[in-house]
Each structure stands twice: as C-alpha cells, then as structure tokens.
Design a protein around this ligand. Structure first.
Ligand code: TMP
Length: 232
C-alpha cells in the first residue's frame, strides 16, 4: 500500500491551551512543507453545528442524549471529508481540534450518569486518528489561568469529571496500541502509541516543542496502513 498522510487529533481540557497549540502545530506543519487541513469539532458552521452552538451558548435546551447524538452526527457529516483528504492524490495531513473522545468525556461526565459504552456507541466506525495528543492540565493550574468561559460545560466540577473520563479513554487507547493491533502496527511500534498525554500546565513554547518533537518524525514517515475505524 502506498504511504498516506496522517490524521492527528488534539484533545484537551478547557484552559489547556488546546486551540493555541493546534494553531502552532498547524503553522509548523505547513512551514515544514506538509499541506495540512485544519478541522474542528464541533464544526459550528453546518446545520447540525448551529444547533450545537445554540445549545452550548444556553440559547436552547436539549435532552442530554439528543445533544450527544448531534455532536456525533456532526462528526459523521464530515467523516467522508476526513477520509477523502487523507486519500487525496496530493498528500494532505488532517489536524483536528477535538474529536469523538471529547464526545464521550463530556457526556459521560454529566449528572445524568449516561453509561460510557452508550456514549461511545454512535462514534464507533468513524475514521480513527493515527495519533491523538491529549493536553492535560490540573484543575488547579487551569484555575490559575483565569476563570472558565461562558459556555455550558466550563465549570470546575464538570472539568474534573471530564479529566477523569479522558484518563479512562487514554488508558484504553494506550492498552490497545500496546497490544499492537496489526492495522496500526507502524504507529504502535517503539512505544509511540496512538494516544499521547502531554503536560499542558507548562509554558506554551515548551508544550509546543514537545508536540513538534513527537509529530515531526511521524508525519515525515507517513502511514502505510489503511485508515483505521474507531473502536473496531
Ligand atoms: P470548543 O470550546 O472546543 O468549541 O468545544 C465546545 C464544547 O463542546 C466543549 O465544552 C466540549 C464540548 N463537546 C462535547 O460535549 N461533545 C463533543 O463531541 C465535542 C466535540 C465537544
């Protein structure tokens, strides 16, 4: 199979600097000659995305299950764009700010106690990232960076729970890449794994440097495996 470009996801807690780090990585990839498509979930520009946007701004109310399915539908409506970009004859890397892992982490952290497996189900089969970088930050450091924003989930108690669920997701992802399932063997080799946690409580440039040290050799190498499917 000819080499293809990588699908890279950046996940993180609020105040972790996720959007800044995604922008820096995007710039570095392009400067290094890797044409890169930047995506973001939720994508608030689509019809579904507009419903999500209104919910997040508390301009509308929705059942917790219904909003969860909308977040997932928002990914499914762009799934073919991800796949087509990765398979484009001229190589284009896909870099994405949040993905299905946020979907699980946020819904499973709600007071409604929606089961983890239920939260994961609608995203099963989506294009799987080759690499997910999780930007971790302690609630204490997040607090020092200034209060959370205006949107619905930006509350300390919620963020603590979200961090714990991300921990579970990461643990499972690392365990599965250590088993080295054949489809992702090239990225699982050498302990690189598909889920990498980075301490985002440090200076911005230090974090950016660690991300670049991780990503640069991987994008240079590309992947010679088919695009994976999440949790299949
Ligand atoms: P943003 O601040 O990165 O635009 O994300 C908006 C909020 O939506 C953030 O609090 C995380 C949350 N979220 C979910 O609840 N489910 C999802 O599937 C995604 C992608 C985000």
């Amino acid at each position: 199979m000819p080499k293809r470009t990588l699908f890279i996801v950046i996940e993180g807690l609020d105040r972790s600097g996720k959007t800044t780090q995604t922008a820096i990585l995007h710039e570095r990839l392009v400067a290094a000659g890797h044409d890169t498509k930047l995506m973001k979930f939720p994508d608030r520009t689509t019809a579904i995305g507009k419903m999500i946007d209104s919910y997040l701004k508390s301009e509308s109310e929705l059942d917790d299950h219904a909003i969860h399915l909308l977040f997932s539908a928002n990914r499914w409506e762009l799934a073919s764009t991800i796949t087509q970009t990765l398979l484009h004859p001229s190589p284009i890397t896909v870099l994405c700010d949040r993905y299905a892992f946020s979907g699980i982490a946020f819904t499973a952290s709600k007071p409604a106690d929606i089961p983890f497996e239920w939260c994961r189900a609608p995203d099963v089969g989506l294009p799987a990232p080759d690499l997910t970088i999780f930007l971790d930050i302690s609630p204490e450091t997040a607090k020092e960076r200034g209060g959370y924003g205006e949107e619905r989930y930006e509350k300390e108690e919620m963020q603590r729970k979200v961090r714990a669920v991300f921990g579970r997701i990461g643990g499972e992802m690392i365990a599965s890449s250590e088993r080295g399932d054949e489809e992702h063997a090239s990225l699982a080799q050498g302990g690189r794994g598909r889920w990498v946690m980075i301490d985002a409580g440090r200076e911005c440039e230090e974090v950016a440097k660690e991300i670049w040290t991780l990503v640069e050799p991987l994008v240079k190498e590309g992947a010679d495996t088919p695009i994976g499917k999440l949790w299949i």
